[in-house]
Design a binder for this molecule. Structure first.
Ligand code: ADP
Ligand code: MG
Length: 279
């Protein structure tokens, strides 16, 4: 615990106005150490993206505190475009969100390298980054539309990591990819992040992939973390009935690995009332 966490979020609350207001994140704490990959799993609507936006400072928090390398992340005033300068990078589900369609991919990776230099971090070359994500150096002069979805996500990952972030927040980075490339892209992210000593918050509803890459796993349901712990422990002996239901719903490896849960109202009430199992 002596090591300063790259992310230390305590008792975070995110609320959206409405009648009644939506409490999307309800008292959630998460810590990510350098070199560590922490997964956030849970079905659609459980609050994963709201928490991700809150920890990078692009969503206002209604309670709690977020610290990035021991410095409070001020929730207001940090614009999406300036997030990178703080040493935090995000990768989104749709790589088109991260890439500019009108600029050559090599130039966009060069932007990441320039961000690293602006923060005094050593940078590799565009060619080296392309190679690291499994693409030939010659593609640097191409535009995003000339690539497949999986290749575009590799480029978005190269651009984000070229900035040498201390923390990478990846919100469903593999969900839009072909099933055949999901595992390799997730594994690549994990390896590159661990290699650079950064921490990663990896959001996914794909537990089969999370099991392979995450050091620790947090299970979210209805805005709360119902269970957390080392991934091996959560997988081998899930303690909370919701986690047990999630794991039981995972198809065999040849399936898409989605959570086909349609919980009954009774299940939902039960899950919310059972105390969380945190570790
Ligand atoms: P997830 O990423 O796990 O699917 P979200 O964080 O997107 O979950 O959503 C959590 C809850 O907050 C959902 O009920 C969703 O409808 C609601 N929500 C998300 N974003 C907004 C918003 N901008 N305004 C109002 N409600 C929102
Ligand atoms: Mg989401």
């Amino acid at each position: 615990m002596s090591e300063v966490a790259v992310l230390d979020a305590q008792n975070v609350v995110v609320r959206y106005p409405g009648s009644p207001p939506v409490v999307a994140v309800d008292d959630v704490s998460v810590r990510v150490a350098p070199g560590e990959t922490v997964a956030l799993v849970g079905e659609s609507g459980s609050g994963k993206s709201s928490l991700a936006r809150a920890v990078v400072g692009i969503e206002r928090i209604a309670g709690g505190e977020v610290r990035f390398r021991d410095v409070p992340v001020t929730p207001l005033g940090i614009r999406r475009r300036t997030v990178g300068l703080t040493g935090i990078q995000m990768v989104f589900q749709d790589p088109s969100t991260s890439l500019n369609p009108r600029r050559r991919v090599g130039d966009q990776i060069a932007d990441g390298i320039a961000t690293a230099r602006a923060r005094g971090a050593a940078g590799s070359t565009v060619e080296e980054w392309l190679e690291r994500v499994g693409l030939p150096a010659q593609v640097a002069t191409r535009f995003p539309h000339q690539f497949s979805g999986g290749q575009k996500q590799r480029i978005a990952i190269a651009r984000a990591l070229a900035a040498r972030p201390s923390l990478l927040v990846a919100d469903e980075p593999i969900s839009a990819l072909d099933a055949s490339t999901q595992t390799s892209v997730a594994g690549l992210m994990r390896d590159l992040v661990a290699e650079s000593g950064a921490g990663m918050l990896f959001i996914s509803h794909d537990l089969a992939v999370v099991r392979r890459i995450a050091d620790r796993t947090l299970v979210m349901f209805a805005g709360r973390v119902l269970e957390s712990g080392p991934t091996d422990r959560v997988w081998a002996s899930p303690q909370h009935p919701y986690t047990q239901a999630l794991l039981a719903a995972i198809p065999e490896p040849d399936g898409a690995g989605r959570i086909p849960l349609a919980p009954s109202t009774n299940d939902r009430l039960l899950w919310s009332e059972i105390p969380p199992v945190l570790g």
